[in-house]
Design a protein around this ligand. Structure first.
Ligand SMILES: [Zn+2]
Length: 154
């Protein structure tokens, strides 16, 4: 599934969700800005794994994980300490408090950055750096609230 970076998020929705933007929905090699930041990758892994009261992962798939759209690798995993997590079976929400918006990425974005040198837009990178893991966050709740708000707004 391919979406342009910073297009409005609409995956599996009948409408696009105001204030939520796509980042990292790549479906082929090349055609994206490249650069590397280990710090950014590490932070995203930490966010994906989450902790009590601080969940950035949502929209978990029930079926098998997606393979990497670029190299076809299956069962892509990330590790942090003794924790392991598959990529390609969930989405990651990044709050951008400065701009009052949210970014939504396939969890595979971590692999796209780490292995294929994909560089997300600057606003996304800044927002990831600014995320404070000590503050409570619930991606799924944020998503549901936004859906309800938009629906009741007409
Ligand atoms: Zn790959």
């Amino acid at each position: 599934m391919k979406y342009e970076d910073m297009s409005l998020y609409e995956y599996k929705l009948p409408f696009s969700l105001s204030g939520f933007y796509n980042v990292g929905w790549i479906d082929e090699p090349g055609g994206y800005a490249s650069g590397r930041s280990k710090e950014l990758v590490d932070k995203l892994v930490e966010m994906l794994l989450g902790k009590d009261g601080c969940k950035f992962e949502f929209n978990l798939l029930r079926g098998p994980a997606h393979a990497c759209e670029i190299c076809g690798e299956r069962e892509v995993k990330v590790k942090l300490g003794d924790k392991e997590h598959f990529l390609g079976c969930s989405e990651l929400m990044v709050p951008d408090e400065k701009n009052g918006v949210f970014y939504v990425s396939p969890s595979m974005i971590i692999h796209y950055m780490d292995k294929h040198g994909y560089l997300p837009p600057k606003n996304f990178c800044d927002a990831v750096h600014a995320v404070d893991m000590a503050r409570p966050f619930d991606a799924y709740e944020t998503y549901l609230d936004a859906l309800v708000k938009q629906k009741t707004a007409g």
